[in-house]
Design a protein. Structure first.
Length: 337
């Protein structure tokens, strides 16, 4: 991705240089000309019509300008006039290529650089679950189960990859990648799948993530990596390919089965939706308060979430990190949290 952006930027600079050179040459020729041409087919008229071609996308106008361009070439008799006409046409051509290059660059940067969603997350002390539900005036409980797939040594997690299957009223499979800060992704499925780019703020630190969620038919929960590979969508496979993930899927297995309970909390200014979620497993539990916010809010949204928890008398967990990371490390290391 970085190499592609470098090539595009280099190409745009070259186009800009050529465009500038063409403009300078055209000015020189115009300076050498004596007087103002009365020819209705002079450079100014042709340039105006050519410019109209690229500002008006009408196919009919395109055909008319193309026809005029062809006829003009035959009518311009002197070498100097023909050169003026060619330079004027070249300026429009290079301007169009320059605009096209910018469009391609923006496409390569999207959707990550074009703007991701923002979510702020705060881990609360899990023994305050009942107090949190009451003080936050949480709504109806939604229950389900969450399953994670990795090796016993968390080889996927160490590469910034999370493979999660969530079971509730429906079953969905999510592949999430948390890449280095300077690495971006194009839309792996061309917009045909549920691709999401998001910036998470946890412990005051920002972390960008890319994920694709797909629906899973039936209620049978896979246990092995081979089963997971067979369930991956084309977009999920492409996302893993872009992330340069190296893994032997035969070593992947279901390593976590977690009971999940969540409650929707009344929205706060700039924090909507606001969700309280409890994860429980045989040896521990983790409680998270999270909220969506506008991209412009940034760290101020995280501070606002902290202030809300403090105002409600809720204690924070001493470990502020992604709850998925905390749970998987706790399970694989046999440590209860």
């Amino acid at each position: 991705m970085l190499a592609t952006k470098d090539l595009l930027l280099t190409g745009l600079l070259m186009l800009g240089n050529v465009l500038g050179a063409s403009r300078d040459n055209n000015k020189t020729i115009g300076h050498r000309s004596s007087g103002t041409s009365s020819n209705p087919h002079d450079t100014t008229t042709v340039n105006r019509l050519s410019t109209q071609r690229y500002t008006d996308q009408s196919r009919r106008r395109d055909r008319l300008v193309a026809r005029l361009h062809f006829e003009q070439c035959g009518r311009i008799g002197t070498p100097r006039k023909r050169r003026e006409f060619e330079l004027a046409s070249g300026r429009v051509m290079f301007r169009t290529l320059l605009i096209g290059g910018v469009v391609v660059l923006l496409c390569c940067l999207s959707p990550a650089q074009a703007g991701c969603g923002l979510e702020v997350k705060l881990l609360l002390s899990p023994d305050q679950t009942k107090a949190a539900i009451a003080s936050l005036n949480a709504g109806k409980e939604t229950a389900g189960r969450v399953y994670f797939f990795d090796t016993g040594s968390l080889d996927l997690l160490s590469q910034g990859v999370i493979v999660r299957l969530r079971q509730g009223s429906n079953v969905d499979l999510t592949v999430k990648v948390r890449p280095p800060a300077d690495e971006g992704f194009s839309v792996p499925s061309g917009g045909r799948e549920n691709f999401k780019c998001e910036v998470d703020i946890v412990g005051g630190e920002e972390q960008r993530s890319y994920s694709i969620q797909s629906k899973v038919a039936g209620q049978q929960i896979p246990e092995t990596g081979d089963e997971i590979v067979g369930m991956l969508s084309a977009g999920q496979r492409n996302l893993l390919k872009q992330a340069h993930i190296s893994i032997d899927w035969r070593l992947i297995k279901r390593i976590a089965s977690i009971e999940s309970k969540s409650w929707r909390v009344r929205a706060q200014p700039h924090l909507n939706p606001l969700v309280l979620e409890l994860w429980q497993w045989p040896t521990g539990q983790v409680l998270e308060l999270s909220a969506k916010a506008s991209s412009a809010a940034g760290s101020s949204a995280y501070s606002q979430l902290q202030q809300l928890a403090t105002a409600k008398g809720l204690s924070l967990n001493r470990q502020q990190q992604f709850k998925t990371t905390l749970v998987l490390r706790a399970l694989t290391q046999g440590v209860a949290r």
